[in-house]
Design a protein around this ligand. Structure first.
Ligand code: ZN
Length: 238
């Protein structure tokens, strides 16, 4: 079971529960107090924290939640030094046993060098952090466009019906840019309308799916790393 709730200005908090064992994880810790509140409200006890990358709006609540619940912190081995309180460091493709669930770490450098996604086949879901967003992709702070291109390609290779949990609600502004890249893409036109309606009603646009992003996300649709770099640079100026 996956639940999401808003945190900070535009982040989402996510709780993942494996029902057989009752294990409960948060994916990133944008706001420790808010996550604790959601846990209380749902009568859940946190057992694990999975971090996608080291930026403060993804790890800020790590130590607070670890202290409060004794939660085990899992992150990318390459980012071992930058994830506060890390207990278990995973390498690319490694599978973490989360009760009856297998959680696969997918290294997705680009936004940061240590960035990773967590694929949960039992929930047909992937937590992508700041690698891709609905109709968008993360800023390339530490990696290269080629790395980001390869990272997005790894996500695109997941089953089409995989639900994609992005870490931020950036959809409406991403949509405004995406439509300038592919004005004639009818799937994109519909996605833009649907996103505006959801947001007007105060509802999240997340999760999306791999299939939807393949039809509508210009960054996932870029055929080459050069094209991705060009679109990313245009978005940075937008
Ligand atoms: Zn970030």
């Amino acid at each position: 079971m996956i639940t999401l709730f808003p945190c900070l200005n535009d982040n989402y908090g996510f709780l993942l529960v494996e029902p057989e064992s009752g294990l409960c994880a948060t994916i990133d810790t944008p706001d420790g107090a808010q996550i604790a509140k959601e846990l209380d409200r749902s009568g859940l006890t946190l057992t694990h924290i999975f971090n996608t990358h080291h930026h403060y709006d993804h790890v800020d609540g790590n130590l607070f939640l670890k202290e409060k619940y004794g939660a085990i912190i899992v992150g990318a081995q390459v980012d071992e030094k930058r994830i506060p309180g890390i207990d278990i460091a995973l390498s690319d493709g490694e599978v973490f046993k989360f009760g009856a669930y297998d959680i696969q770490m997918i290294h997705t450098p680009g936004h940061t060098l240590g960035h990773c996604a967590y694929y949960v086949p039992d929930e047909k879901s992937v937590f992508v952090g700041d690698t891709i967003f609905v109709m968008g992709c993360g800023k390339i702070f530490e990696g290269t466009p080629a790395q980001m291109f390869d990272s997005i390609a790894k996500l695109a290779a997941l089953p089409a019906d995989t639900k994609v949990y992005c870490a931020h609600e950036y959809t409406v502004s991403n949509a405004a840019f995406a439509i300038t890249i592919e004005p004639d893409n009818q799937d994109l036109q519909s996605a833009v309308k649907a996103a505006k309606t959801l947001r007007a009603n105060g509802r999240p646009t997340i999760p999306t799916t791999i299939a939807t992003e393949k039809r509508t996300n210009p960054f996932m649709r870029a055929k080459t790393a050069e094209k991705l770099a060009e679109i990313r640079a245009a978005k940075d100026r937008f």
